[in-house]
Design a protein around this ligand. Sequence first.
Ligand SMILES: Cc1cc2nc3c(=O)[nH]c(=O)nc-3n(C[C@H](O)[C@H](O)[C@H](O)COP(=O)(O)OP(=O)(O)OC[C@H]3O[C@@H](n4cnc5c(N)ncnc54)[C@H](O)[C@@H]3O)c2cc1C
Ligand code: SF4
Length: 316
Amino acid sequence: MQSFSYLLARTPQEAAALAAATPGAKFIAGGTNLLDLMKLEIETPSVLIDINGLDLDTITSTPEGGLRIGALVLNTDLAANPTVRSDYAVLSRALLAGASGQLRNMATTAGNLLQRTRCPYFYDTNMACNKRSAGSGCSAQDGVSRQLAVVGASPACIATHPSDMAVAMQLLDAEIHTVLQDGSERVIPIEDFYTDPAANPGIETVLQPGELITAVHLPAPLGGRHYYQKVRDRASYAFALVSVALVLDGKGGGRVALGGVAHKPWRSREADALLPSGAGAVMSRLLAGAQPTHENEFKILLAERTLAGLLSASAE
Ligand SMILES: Cc1cc2nc3c(=O)[nH]c(=O)nc-3n(C[C@H](O)[C@H](O)[C@H](O)COP(=O)(O)OP(=O)(O)OC[C@H]3O[C@@H](n4cnc5c(N)ncnc54)[C@H](O)[C@@H]3O)c2cc1C
Ligand code: SF4
């Protein structure tokens, strides 16, 4: 690991200003992803700005009847929160499908949104990877791609976003609240948060240098029945091959989002509208234009069958 300096931020505004003014600075929250990447020298921050002392670890109601989740709320606490369990059950279920109990005790809400891909070549510094080293190439295109994207990808990068939590948040139309280096604040709908890999796979979100996530807001509860089904190679402690987040409104309609298939949680309102027509119709629209590799084309049928299974179970 390369040497680095350490700073403890006292306010969100100070954290954002410090990070923007210090080339190579990174925020550290739970450290469960960042420290692994530093040990492999994939991330080499000159300064770590510790944000764990900030007052961003509470879950409160919003005046609109929704929920404000502080950026430092732990995945364990978010999954166990009584309001999340009763009114946003898809989020609780997605969180509990991720990582392990020990990791969820450290992992934070913002850190989870910003975790990096699990593409094996991203972690292997002997291999070409455009995300790690711009312009070096993409070893996954002709390599091991079972875990990787089938839709929304580009020849530059076919990595998937590994978060389970983000899939549920996309389904719930979450908004990400931030503070910028000048102390101003902005709100980013989650559907605009992750950027396409075509231009520069190394840039994954619309966050500006130094911009700090302070909270995630959820709108008022949707009601309905909530499901999160994750299909993976091992029964636990593995990232999704495909995951399906689903909310059904009891009248045949609802919303569906997929994890494990793209560089971001994958959802479209046009596909939601096809839920009354069944899983085949939804997936034809949601995965239209998919360009799988020879190793991961199974994901398309897997996504359809996973959704079909949930719809069938919901009818019992
Ligand atoms: C073995 C293993 C298995 C896992 N399995 C799963 C899984 O199945 N599903 C799943 O979803 N996840 C899984 N994870 C990932 C885990 O959920 C993430 O590592 C964790 O959520 C990251 O949160 P953190 O607080 O530790 O982030 P950190 O490692 O501290 O930070 C991650 C990134 O976020 C940035 N950051 C953190 N907070 C902020 C903020 N407030 N504003 C701006 N930037 C910020 C950091 O600078 C860094 O770039 C697994 C991890 C491991 C190690
Ligand atoms: S898919 Fe993306 S992360 Fe994986 S090797 Fe290619 S450029 Fe790197």
